[in-house]
Write a protein that binds this ligand. Sequence first.
Ligand code: FAD
Length: 403
Amino acid sequence: LDGVVVVGAGQAGFRTAASLRECGYAGRIALVGDEDTAPYERPPLSKAYLTGDGDEDLLWLRSSEYFVRQSIDVLADRVTAIDRAARTVRLAGGGVLGYGHLVLATGARPRGLAVPGGELRGVRPLRTLAEARILRDELRRAAEVVVVGAGFVGLEFAAAARALGCAVTVVELRDRPLARAVGERTAEHFTLLHRRQGTRLLFGRRVARFLDDGTGAVAGVELTDGSRLPADVVVVGAGVEPRTELAAAAGLEVDDGIVVDARLRTGDPAISAIGDCAAFPHPAAGRRIRLESVQNAVGHARLVAERLTGQERDYGDLPWFWSEQFSSTLQIAGLADGHDTEVVLGEWPEAFSVLLFRADRLVAVETVNRPPDHMAARRLLTKGVPLTPATAAEGGFTLTPVP
Ligand code: FAD
């Protein structure tokens, strides 16, 4: 294998390079990232980094010495085109890199809102360290904050803004928070939590436009029902879309993500796609899915590194995820999508676990402030231990110790 080029130096790209070395790969590795920083973790950007003292050391995935020691070339540049016939990529800075294998780890970008005023100063997404630096600073001067979208990033940001003393309103189109990600009981917990902390949550409401203060900065948000919310800072957390343009331009199949097979190969065997940008078949879903999580990025990277060093397997790692909001730590194991039954264990709404079933089969477990249950759930789901809602709902059933 004559050199690996990784496009994107986020979680997935970084882990590919690190895993290749862990797997004993001794060839050339180039990690090309278009952000103006060393590879970093995104999760703290909507959590501890916002409320903390601004220490960026908690963000870096590794020190610069690590990359030198491991002979991983980190290039601050953007890949603008792939020449599959020549096996090269072109860089915005003018260079050309040859590859034996190319890994696309281009991640995702925030979806904008197609409403007037989105370009005003003070209206922004939260995806990158550059954006988090600005928001961290703005939050310390802001009185009124509006968050559009009650997804994970939106709610975590709302919690941080509230913890810093801002008046916070969250506007969500759906009738509950985290609608795409969690079951009803967990969603209800987060509604109660944020309301108890003094955050206004407006469900079933849509943004019509952002209002200008006359100087090009945001002054507020107008909803389609005509109501107006004052705002110094607006964060739009309306979800992300996979960055597929490079792959598409190179003639690779794209369908809500760069389409890959069970070994994370695109239609071109010399090109893999992983992490947030990849649409891959997962055995637990029985179809192609795309996940946005650290676990997924790390698991994908590991599989590709193993494959490139001679250990082939299909991808089937158990998905897991976490979120922190105020005093609540949510952990999710498995894939909740399409579940039909929820069974709650423990003390809802303080510290509890929700078992999610689809057609009498356990598909996911959400835990709030119950880390041992989460670890037990991961083992249970990985082993595929049969469990029905009726058994789980019987008095005395617990996840720990593992049944
Ligand atoms: P990314 O992290 O998006 O990295 C892709 C990189 O590729 C980017 O730096 C991008 O600029 C670069 N790139 C794209 N195209 C090119 C190109 N042509 N040339 C060069 N570079 C390019 N997950 C969890 O599991 N738990 C959490 O608590 C959690 N919290 C989060 C909080 C926030 C604020 C955000 C934004 C995400 C959070 N996530 C969390 C999700 C997690 O961070 C992502 O799933 C993960 O970062 C995906 O990694 P990735 O490498 O696939 O994509």
